[in-house]
Design a protein around this ligand. Structure first.
Ligand code: FE2
Ligand code: FE2
Ligand code: FE2
Length: 174
């Protein structure tokens, strides 16, 4: 990504980026573990995972800020657009090609689930950036996310997810 880090020396910059990646992954991993603990009936273990995942989020955010990477929303939306666009145009198509070649069916599915949603994310961010550039907030209805594949839709949940076929009740509302 084309964002410069102003005030941190190179080795510290690399270290903070590594720490940001590690804390981000720990945050995510603990949320996934919490879901499993909940399903297994270990409610306090689940709550512990969720609480500590939040601490890792704080750590990741602090590292990100110390790197000088936090900008205003116009720049942030641009960064988000670039990330999603890279995933759509380069990363997931290339990953998909390798997964197909290696006949890794599970990977093909999860890559395709993500690829379909990232296209929508890119266009939602594009629309948002246009508004924010004019100092306006966006008009945004409810956003629904498919709990199975991450398909993203504004307005209402469909009867069936167009990407994975899950029923509309599987959507989470934001
Ligand atoms: Fe941490
Ligand atoms: Fe995305
Ligand atoms: Fe889905």
């Amino acid at each position: 990504m084309s964002y410069e880090v102003a005030s941190v020396r190179k080795m510290t910059e690399d270290n903070l980026k590594t720490a940001f990646a590690g804390e981000s992954q720990a945050h995510m991993r603990y949320l996934i573990f919490a879901k499993r603990a909940e399903a297994e009936g270990f409610h306090n273990v689940a709550r512990m995972f969720i609480a500590i995942s939040y601490a890792e989020q704080v750590h990741a955010s602090n590292h990100f800020n110390a790197l000088g990477l936090l900008r205003g929303s116009t720049d942030n939306l641009q960064m988000a657009i670039e990330g999603e666009t890279y995933e759509v145009n380069e990363m997931y198509p290339a990953f998909n090609a390798v997964a197909q070649l290696q006949e890794e069916k599970g990977a093909v599915q999860t890559i395709n689930f993500a690829l379909q949603a990232e296209k929508i994310h890119a266009s939602m961010y594009e629309k948002a950036k246009q508004a924010v550039e004019m100092s306006k907030d966006i008009q945004l209805g409810s956003v629904y996310i498919c709990d199975v594949c991450g398909y993203t839709v504004e307005g209402e949940a469909p009867d069936r997810c167009p990407v994975c076929g899950a029923s509309g009740e599987k959507f989470k509302k934001f």
